[in-house]
Design a protein around this ligand. Structure first.
Ligand code: GLU
Length: 476
């Protein structure tokens, strides 16, 4: 007898998905992507995207760790429907389901002591058998247990046949039911196991689609046993559609680690200076595609996303690609918005100057740090701190030229790009030099650095007075 783990995609049940992160201290980039897929799937089908915080590990589930998740999702623009569900608050309901299964004879009390179970496993190991609970209390009368002895509650899983899942990403996957042992639902202290809690919550939240990382595929076979056991006991325990999304690998094909960029979403924002729309687009394209289209905003993603175009194979995380995409979104972004972000990074108040400078600053930057580095000169106080390289450019000859430039620019009446360009070009011609040769020491004097936006842009942004003061400070 095969039991099917797939609901029909007949559109009769409104789609409900959930994203169920555990607070680990950071919203891992891979998790964020499954969250995104889950969210998009619901939005695409006009359904509900729910959020559940799996906070049963008391030690890790601090308020800060939970806020990191909310914050990261919010920043990415993933607003979930209804209030988030906190798994830890539902232990009574989890226990109630276990009790119903006990009452219906679909679960049983196991009085095996931990020593006994250790011995059982030892023997299985010696006999080269798979390590799994052998069902020793499945048919035994609980009356045989000593008075008041502690017990766990185990589910009665089917002894024969197989469990089949028509996974929306992986295709048909199946497991011989003999491989699924009678796993624990309630621990001896009465607390629910993860396996029980997840299913009860999924069903109570009305989830029709479970979209998550494929590291949970094996759990699905077990979780389905609980669902099937509850069918006929309570209404609403319909098989969900499973979609197990392959994990993200590093660029070298190895499992994604910190070295590859397996950081929290907040680190992409704060340390790498990535814009949310860039990360959104990048994560979307990581394992999902629509023809050869690369760029998607939220509305397009909702319109086009569906689970059947999610790749079956693992996708590779490519930081360079993300940064290039980020550069693209920086150029698209509103200048005042970017100025606000950069001002915060630089710790300055004046967003007007930054906004004015932004069209020039953003032409090459691939992240907010580069933007901030490029903008720093605007706020430098005199005397400027020159980098070693910049200082090296200011030899005697260069300083004399700065004096001449200063004289020319003092007389300049129109402080805009074209006249300034004409003015300095004329001087370069006089000297028989390329403009670049002239611009180098000038840049050093104006910005303290050897790289900056175009030199005429720098002059215009600083204004005549400040430009001349900086030039004079370095001139001979
Ligand atoms: N809390 C689990 C995790 O963060 C996800 C559980 C699930 O999606 O079923 O890996």
């Amino acid at each position: 007898m095969a039991s099917m783990g797939s609901a029909q995609m007949d559109g009769k049940r409104p789609v409900v998905t959930r994203f169920a992160p555990s607070p680990t201290g950071f919203l891992h980039i891979g998790n964020a992507r499954t969250g995104l897929f889950s969210w998009l799937y619901a939005k695409h089908h006009g359904g509900k995207a729910l959020l559940r915080i799996e906070d049963t590990d008391k030690q890790r589930s601090t308020k800060e760790a939970i806020d990191v998740i909310f914050d990261g999702l919010d920043w990415l623009g993933l607003t979930f429907d209804d209030e988030p569900v906190f798994q830890s608050e539902r232990a009574d309901r989890h226990a109630q389901v276990a009790q119903k299964l006990l009452d219906a004879g679909k679960a049983y009390k196991c009085f095996a002591t931990s020593e006994e179970l250790a011995e059982m496993r030892e023997q299985q190991r010696a006999n080269k058998q798979p390590l799994r609970y052998d069902g020793r209390w499945r048919e035994r009368d609980p009356g045989e247990a000593p008075e008041g002895a502690p017990f766990t509650v185990r589910i009665k899983t089917p002894e024969g046949g197989e469990t089949i899942i028509e996974d929306a990403v992986q295709g048909r996957v199946k497991v011989d039911n003999r491989e699924i042992d009678d796993f624990i639902l309630l621990r001896a202290d009465g607390t629910p196991t993860y396996m029980l809690a997840v299913v009860v919550d999924d069903m109570d939240m009305g989830c029709t689609h479970i979209i998550r990382g494929d590291d949970h595929l094996n759990n699905a076979f077990r979780q389905l046993q609980v669902i099937h056991a509850m069918q006929g006991i309570e209404d609403g325990w319909d098989d969900p559609v499973y979609a197990h999304v392959p994990l993200i690998h590093g660029n070298d094909g190895a499992k994604l680690s910190k070295r590859h960029g397996a950081m929290g979403v907040d680190a992409y924002r704060d340390e790498l200076g990535i814009l949310p729309e860039a990360l959104f687009n990048y994560l979307l394209r990581l394992g999902w595609g629509h023809g050869d289209q690369e760029e998607f905003n939220v509305e397009q993603a909702i319109e086009l996303f569906d689970i059947d175009a999610v790749n079956k194979g693992p996708s590779r995380f490519d930081l360079k690609k993300l940064r290039n995409m980020n550069g693209h979104y920086i150029r698209e972004a509103d200048d005042a918005r970017l100025a606000g972000i950069v001002a915060k990074k630089l710790g300055v108040e004046d967003t007007d100057l930054l906004t004015e400078a932004m069209p020039v600053l953003k032409t090459r930057a691939r992240d907010i740090n580069e933007l901030a580095d490029g903008a720093g000169f605007l706020f430098s106080k005199r005397p400027l701190n020159l980098t070693e390289k910049a200082a090296g450019l200011l030899n005697d000859e260069a300083r004399e030229r700065l004096t001449a430039i200063s004289t020319r620019l003092k007389a300049e009446e129109s402080w805009t790009i074209e006249p300034l360009e004409a003015n300095l070009n004329a001087y370069a011609e006089e000297l028989g030099l390329g403009l670049g040769k002239l611009a180098q020491p000038l840049r050093a004097a104006l910005t303290g650095q050897t790289t900056s936006p175009g030199i005429f842009d720098v002059l215009v942004l600083l204004g005549q007075e400040e430009s001349l003061a900086r030039i004079d400070a370095q001139a001979a």
